[in-house]
Design a protein around this ligand. Structure first.
Ligand SMILES: Cc1ncc(C[n+]2csc(CCOP(=O)(O)OP(=O)(O)O)c2C)c(N)n1
Ligand SMILES: [Mg+2]
Length: 332
């Protein structure tokens, strides 16, 4: 792990970071159980990407705008989406804050926490965040806008258009590529020819960083520095965080396209386990502390699950709300 004191963090910060990593993991694990029990239709996991997500979230501040992608459960939980918010979306219930139970789960949004709503075509979130960064700059706000994206999606045209625009206008924008080395079944070597995606930054006239995304401290450092540059008027940053997709692409995917050796190695790449081991070895946490937070999180997840399961589904009359322009069906 990166030397935490050298980046201005204290032992208490590391405990807080681990707590959020663990909460993200516990909500995610519960969702898989619910899916396999036939209670929720779909899961797309943050497992193996929590260190990247909490590292970057920890460097953000009130008023910043984020445009996350579907794997960012730990990130959005830190930013203010509650376990109940996530469970209501997973169950497709009426009070799902993202879409009233109409969109697939993991299309995160929470207006009062600065989380923009998501579209399903991958990469579009970058354009939304770049637009928000332009607005922040025009309004002279002391904030940044950021987007996350998978490495596969970073090959979409939207990525180029968004980053080029941010580079031209020196926007307070940060793009984080969560490079988990697969786009569904397609491995990195069939996705791009470059050695590092962060090298693309030079083509956009912005700063590029290649980070070990399994280390939340390194991730925090990269994000904090990017934020400082952005607020100093030094423009945008592209961060490539190397992480691991510990599960199949989604609950509907069978990841037999990975070799058995690769699948066996996944556990040893678990960023939560690595960070926990580090904190134990450093004497920053002990088993008793771990037991306490694990039971706290279990209770939180149980409560959210029960409440979401009991909650009402949307009514049939709501089917077209926010889908078509209001009144357009009547005019057809
Ligand atoms: C424009 C578009 N093309 C294809 C899809 C289908 N799709 C959803 S996720 C995904 C893989 C994305 O991989 P990556 O960007 O590496 O993210 P990861 O799932 O690995 O985190 C694809 C192809 C989509 N949603 N939008
Ligand atoms: Mg990927």
């Amino acid at each position: 792990m990166f030397d935490y004191k050298s980046v201005g963090l204290e032992a208490s910060d590391l405990k807080t970071m681990y707590k959020w990593m663990d909460l993200g993991r516990k909500i995610d694990e519960r969702m898989w159980l619910l899916n396999r029990a036939g209670k929720i239709p779909f899961v797309i996991s943050c497992q193996g990407q929590e260190a990247t997500q909490i590292g970057m979230a920890y460097a953000m501040a009130e008023g910043d705008i984020s445009s996350p992608y579907y794997r960012d459960l730990a990130f959005v939980t830190y930013m203010g989406m509650t376990p109940l918010d996530s469970m209501l979306a997973a169950f497709g219930k009426r009070d799902d804050i993202n879409s009233g139970g109409k969109q697939m789960p993991s299309h995160f949004s929470k207006r009062e926490k600065g989380i923009l709503s998501q579209s399903s075509p991958v990469g579009t979130q970058i354009l939304h965040a770049v637009g928000a960064a332009l607005a922040l700059k025009m309004d002279n706000k002391p904030n940044i806008a950021m987007a996350t994206v998978g490495e596969g999606s970073s090959n979409q045209g939207d990525f180029h258009e968004g980053l080029n625009f941010a580079g031209v206008h020196d926007l307070p924008f940060i793009c984080v590529i969560e490079n988990n080395k697969y786009a569904i079944s397609v491995p990195n070597e069939l996705q791009y020819g470059a050695e590092k995606l962060s090298d693309r930054a030079i083509g956009y006239g912005m700063h590029g960083e290649h980070v070990d995304g399994n280390d939340p401290i390194a991730m925090y450092k990269a994000m904090k520095e990017a934020r400082t540059r952005a607020l100093n008027g030094e423009g945008a940053t592209l961060i490539e965080a190397m992480c691991t997709r510990m599960t199949a692409h989604s609950s509907d995917d069978d990841d037999k396209y990975r070799t058995q050796d690769e699948r066996d190695a996944l556990k040893s790449l678990d960023c939560n386990l690595k960070f926990k081991t580090f904190l134990l070895e450093e004497g920053i946490i002990d088993e008793q502390w771990l037991e306490a937070i694990e039971s706290e999180h279990k209770e939180l997840v149980n409560k959210a699950t029960k409440e979401a399961e009991k909650a009402p589904y949307p009514s049939p009359e709501e089917t077209y709300t926010h889908v078509y322009e209001e009144g357009s069906l009547n005019n057809a």
